[in-house]
Design a protein. Sequence first.
Length: 510
Amino acid sequence: MLCAFKNPAVLRQDALASLVVFLVALPLCVGVAVASGVPAELGLITGIVGGLVVGFLPGSALQVSGPAAGLTVLVLEAVREFGLSMLGAIVLAAGVLQIGLGLLRFGRWFRAISVSVVQGMLAGIGLVLIFGQLYTMAGVHQPRSGPEKILGIPGLVGDIATSRSALTAFAVGLGTIIVLVGWKKLPAKVQLIPAPLAAVALATAGTAIGGLDVANVKVKGLFEAVQPPGPSDLGSLGDVAVLGTVLAFALIASAESLFSAAAVDRMHDGPRTHYDKELVAQGVGNTVCGVLGALPMTAVIVRSSANLQAGATTKVSRILHGLWLLLFTVLLPTVIGIIPLAALAGVLVHAGCKLIPVKEVLPLWREHRGELVILTITAVAIVTTSMFEGVVLGLVLAVAKSAWETSHVHLDTRELTGGRLVVALTGNATFLRLPRILQTLEALPKDQPIELDLTAVRHLDHACRAALQNWAARHHTTGTEPVRIRVQATENDATIASAGAAGAAGRSVA
């Protein structure tokens, strides 16, 4: 960052980049807050903290933090269940947990999360945003649960068709989406203005000039919106349901931030992200946001990519963007109050569509159908249950899939001269493959000598070891020699006698 102050050209470029990031962040901060069911100023406070606090901290020099659409659903659920006063305490606890995870060097482990789970999480969030914000676009109260939102779409269509006010509001939101989609097709000079800002500005101007009767953002004022958590709120953190929400906030915010950092690193040639330090920085930011009662923050890829595309090379740009947000919120709060809610809902519907990895579906179907199944189930679970339950289910499925794929085992049976049967196992013998292994072994004739060759087995878990011992101990008839088990070359051959063979006991298989 010091090099920016020593080099006027770098400082000028970063200052210009900060203005671009500010213009992108402004409508998104307000829109995410409104969609989360909290005052608009709380989203701006999180954006300010993301610039003026996290901006100074080490980790990733060029990614920008603030309120993210990815946490909108979770925040909305938390506010509805525990109340707005508890939001600060939950965010504060999540921030402290993030700091602890970063200090314990857990940051790098977030990179091990299955990509299909993350894509499923983002797709689920996107679907919930789309179905929820469609109601806000029409100025209609949205149902609480995901299934109710989906089932209520026919009724929403009826409201839009029969109510003039709903049709007007929906037209404003739809116009906003059209501007967002078509902005990339305009000349490059026009695209210097960020699409979200242009769309919201045009919608605001259109409603004002046309005298349209649509709901606008409610403004309290920056200092009036700040609600630090009280002693009773902090005391409620011991509740199991609250702790589950804290854990969900911390894990999802951390995963989104670190995946964003990985994406940002691919966009530039500068210093790479230090994941543990970035996790600590995000934790510090969320701790400050929690003290102020604001929204949780993550690193946001939309703002970060805008920062890079604008030519930023140091931390100065993200710090200054926080300063511009602060000055705007303090000096021009009334401007926020003239923004139509339908326009912000349109911005979030567009953001929700971008969260759904449509381009990944066909390649996954062709090459990795199991990953596509995990992605789909995670997304559907988030829509039908909750964010936390959907992500946990996705992680469980990813682990189960990985365990199943790594436990390949092959059985080959051949008969030697003299009638001895040799059964050779190769691969990884785990409990997941026990049914197949035992089915093959139990079908072998009991009146022939049998040799079980395990020399090519790379891994044998305890369940398989015990099952093979039990099978070898009972699989023979009177007068047939006990089953012999050959283990790896570093060990001696072992003979496991049957249960009735004069008390003979075999050595355990390693």
